[in-house]
Ligand binder design. Structure first.
Ligand code: ZN
Length: 316
């Protein structure tokens, strides 16, 4: 793993006091966060971040906050002194320096806390012009009604996430095709409307198998107006992957799937200029760069291994 240790060590230097039965967790002079690491080393707008916190004493809970987003860490399967979180930088966050806060609640109730400055560089995003059928720029009244309903469905799908990681190990490519540098691109549709591209496109022939990038639970299977045939999968602790424009979907909402499970076939449904798979990565309501997520070296978690295939009702 390419983890670069970053300084840290905010020992809470309160004077020692006689131990009294505490009704609230109190800082201890010994309660320190030993180290905070992350990858990738260089963070940009839209970067996913894999954080590791090392503690001197075992903890029962570790939380964080970064650019106004709460972070929930999970314990390493082997060691309650090492905690991890998959988090990220909003594609639309302003570049600059931000404080990364981490708080550990140690066994016995003592708190350990650290804050450090993290620099977010501007993303290198492209601009482009694309042409799509006019109704995708100027939808009819009926289509606007569907768009509004789609928004509610998506909001509902993202509203809950498993309280522990469902993923384990690296995220893998969903199709056997190279990605395009399309994340964060500002697109002008039909010379009329600007659209921010929140995922990565993989150009594929129609009917290319689409595979699940990491283990998780299917939370939405729908034909949406802009997105076409869509699958959204929860990976736990606020991380979702999103698969758009498919021609066929072979899974159902509620399916618990293993990494590499076949979700269906790629296609050209919804607002597209040609067949491709669009992969989106969402964390805590913001969009992250799928290509950077695929490049992270991630550890095994103690996520229960689901069956590799969809549940029996989904099988042919
Ligand atoms: Zn796309």
């Amino acid at each position: 793993m390419h983890l670069r240790p970053i300084l840290i060590l905010t020992a809470l230097t309160l004077p020692a006091v006689a131990q009294t039965p505490a009704t609230h967790p109190t800082p201890s002079p010994n309660a320190t966060i030993h180290n905070v690491f992350w990858q990738p080393n260089e963070l940009h707008q839209g970067s996913p971040i894999f954080l590791t916190v090392e503690l001197e004493h075992p903890a029962i809970r570790v939380t964080g906050n970064f650019i106004n987003k709460p972070i929930t860490f999970f314990a390493d399967p082997t060691d309650k002194k090492t905690w991890h979180a998959l988090a990220g930088v909003d594609l639309e966050a302003n570049p600059g320096d931000y404080g990364l806060d981490v708080t550990a609640t140690l066994i016995g109730g003592h708190l350990a806390h650290s804050t450090q400055q993290v620099t977010i560089a501007p993303g290198d995003f492209k601009t482009g012009d694309i042409n799509v059928p006019d109704n995708y720029v100027n939808p009819s009244d009926a289509e606007q009604k569907q768009i509004a309903q789609d928004e509610i469905l998506k909001k509902h799908a993202y509203a809950r996430s498993a309280p522990h990681p469902l993923w384990s190990g690296d995220f893998v490519k969903p199709v056997a095709a190279p990605s395009t540098p399309s994340f964060g691109e500002s697109r002008i549709l039909n010379e009329e409307k600007t659209s921010l591209h929140t995922g990565t496109d993989f150009p594929t022939p129609e009917a290319t198998p689409v595979l699940l990038s990491n283990s998780g639970t299917v939370v939405l299977v729908r034909d949406l107006f802009y997105e076409g045939n869509t699958v959204i999968v929860d990976h736990g602790l606020g991380v979702f992957t999103v698969y758009l424009h498919m021609s066929r979907i072979d899974v159902h909402e509620g399916d618990k799937l293993a990494k590499g499970a076949k979700l269906g076939l790629s296609g050209a449904s919804g607002r597209v200029t040609g067949p491709h798979l669009h992969l989106g990565v969402r964390w805590n309501g913001v969009w992250l760069d799928p290509v950077q997520l695929l490049a992270l070296t991630l550890p095994k978690t103690d996520a229960p291994a689901p069956a590799h295939h969809p549940t029996p009702r989904s099988r042919r």
